[in-house]
Design a protein. Sequence first.
Length: 441
Amino acid sequence: MASPLGQKNVLAIDPGIRTGCKVVCLDSQGKLLQNTTIYLSHSDEQKEQAAGTIRDLCRLFHIECIAIGNGTAGRETESFVRSLKLANIQIVMVNESGASIYSASSVAREEFPDQDVTVRGSVSIGRRLQDPLAELVKIDPKSIGVGQYQHDVDQSKLKNSLDDVVISCVNQVGVEVNSASKQLLMYVSGLGPALAGAVVEHRNARGVFNSREELKQVPKLGQKAFEQAAGFLRIRGSQNPLDASGVHPESYAVVESMACDLGVAVSDLMKDEKLRQKIDVHKYVTATVGLPTLLDIKDELAKPGRDPRATFEPMQFKEGIEKMEDLLPGMELNGVVTNITNFGAFVDVGVHQDGLVHISAMSDTFIKNPADFLKVGQKVKVRVTEIDIARKRISLSMRKEAHGQDKSKSNAKPKSGKPKTGSFNKPALPQAPPRKELYRW
């Protein structure tokens, strides 16, 4: 559910040191236009050639955003690209977790049979910036690496649970039928791998779908599957404006009645808030259409096909901070949460090594569960408290600073005044001078 950049032309870079940086250009639909390799660490002459290549590609393909993988040499590559001072082009660091898994998968081989795995990985980085959900569904959720103890639980139950979460996300966002991949369509309720493949084959053979009703022409897609899936499928540009909304086809007649009673077209009803305010939903309650459904329809008419994901905001790490050696205690940095555990949260601050915000350093108030306070992908401001380069550990804090240091109170509930007892109910020691006596607990 990460924020999508949207349909923009993207240049994606998979950073590399010895083998160079793999560069691909994608159009607004994610189609691969061109790929090449640039070298940034071999010589100044190659750096100049790389700069010229990036500028030429941006001009040739009207690039609007540059996506850079956050792996090895990611920050160095970002600094190089920013030094080019490309006008009106956003530069965004993208989490490349799982990109290598995708590049070697059967899905990637089917999409790009003639391309190298490194090119496929770069394409994945660019596409997950354009639409994270559409690209990440191609990867086994376990490969993304988010979660604690995921290898210690029943793998079958874990897969079923993760699939349910992905299905929920896909249905909540909705799917554009005429541009969706088979992997995305198969997570729509009512469709599976077989029906999703049939939809794509029908689209490739006969052209785009012009209405939801045309979905019934897909072989093996019966009435029951259509009823389950239609409300989550979007067809933009359809003659019926409701085809691009979350209103189910079985409720079209209700909306048309609302528009007819007001003497306007359905499209007018979707555009004009004053018209929607005149709708008395109680008039349309029937044995099959209840009040909650009618209220949902009215809300959907206000924002038809609205993407529930947040607006995209680029994350920019602090300039000049590219490796652990650049960090100093007390530094305040921008970061993004990459993982949440029972004991705290890991935050990427742009130095190839995630730092840990312990649960006791998240807030000045008591926190029982870090997941209730933070979420993966959330942008945060943190302060460096300790750096251990030898062990590759960074300690971070989100607490307010008091006199240059964190407040001394620990993240614990206020003491009640009673003696603290452990699991063995240890009695308090008597307040007496030290004696050579063995206390038995």
